[in-house]
Write a protein of this length. Structure first.
Length: 96
């Protein structure tokens, strides 16, 4: 079996003396503050509009943030659901 004791000593160093750690159990635990994640501005859809239009099959893909912003801007400007704009884009692509 591999001897890992040398590896652990190199990474962690020597343990502190018992006298140095006596007060640690009495101290409160404080978690470090994590930076807040960047805000994503998306309007949540509840799924009822998908059922109402007969669109029940989920279609997922990964796109860039810029594409997502442009696509949503055009859909909002023209009063379309994202699925409707996607269908129109496919129709336009096939008709060339």
């Amino acid at each position: 079996m591999a001897d890992l004791s040398k590896l652990m000593k190199k990474r962690l160093g020597a343990p502190p003396a018992l006298d140095d750690t006596a007060d640690l159990l009495k101290a409160p635990e404080v978690a470090p503050l994590a930076p807040a994640p960047p805000a994503v501005h998306r309007r949540a859809e509840d799924g009822r509009s998908a059922r109402r239009t007969g669109r029940t099959l989920q279609f997922a893909t990964r796109v860039s943030e810029e594409f997502d912003a442009r696509f949503r801007k055009v859909a909002k400007r023209d009063g379309l659901l994202l699925a409707q704009l996607l269908e129109k884009a496919l129709d336009a692509y096939e008709s060339r």
